[in-house]
Design a protein around this ligand. Structure first.
Ligand code: SF4
Ligand code: SF4
Length: 156
């Protein structure tokens, strides 16, 4: 399935300790660090989100959220989309939605190949798939998808 970010902001709600502002270098420019990779970067607030960014109500109420996250209607949006670190740009929270043949949801798989499911049978099958189809393989996503399908699951 092609991943489309719904801009719900869930994945950014606890990244305040990981995307860190070192200091301000301009009105809408900040020297930052992506702590998990040790990468320094300059973040410029997207021009069309500067008004959103100037309202500090949300970060004040959510101290663990990324400092660049802001509400916009029903969305939570990244205000540095143009300059956000690579791990943010390429993050995919869901790459597979797994259901039984009747379409009842059983679990999801993240872009880092973590299964989220309470279904013990599915969890066992996924663990086996992890052993025989290492995520280092270029076609791991497609092969794991086929593996689940061969075991009677529907994967979208
Ligand atoms: S990547 Fe997923 S969790 Fe993060 S904002 Fe997009 S839809 Fe929400
Ligand atoms: S930089 Fe943007 S995408 Fe990355 S954690 Fe912050 S708000 Fe989310």
């Amino acid at each position: 399935m092609a991943f489309t970010c719904r801009q719900c902001g869930t994945c950014c709600m606890y990244l305040g300790d990981y995307i860190v502002i070192d200091h301000q270098i301009g009105q809408f420019e900040f020297a930052c660090e992506s702590v998990s990779t040790g990468t320094q970067f300059v973040a410029r607030i997207d021009e069309n989100k500067r008004e959103l960014f100037c309202d500090h109500t949300f970060p004040d109420e959510h101290p663990h959220a990324c400092r660049f996250l802001r509400p916009d209607g029903n969305l939570l949006r990244c205000t540095i989309h143009g300059d956000s670190p690579a791990q943010c740009k390429f993050y995919r929270c869901v790459i597979m939605r797994i259901t039984d043949p009747a379409g009842n949801p059983l679990g999801t798989v993240t872009g880092t190949f973590n299964l989220h499911s309470d279904d013990t049978v599915l969890r066992t099958i996924w663990e086996h798939a992890e052993k025989i189809i290492p995520e280092s393989l270029l076609d791991a996503e497609e092969r794991r998808r086929e593996y689940l399908t061969a075991h009677g699951y529907r994967v979208e």
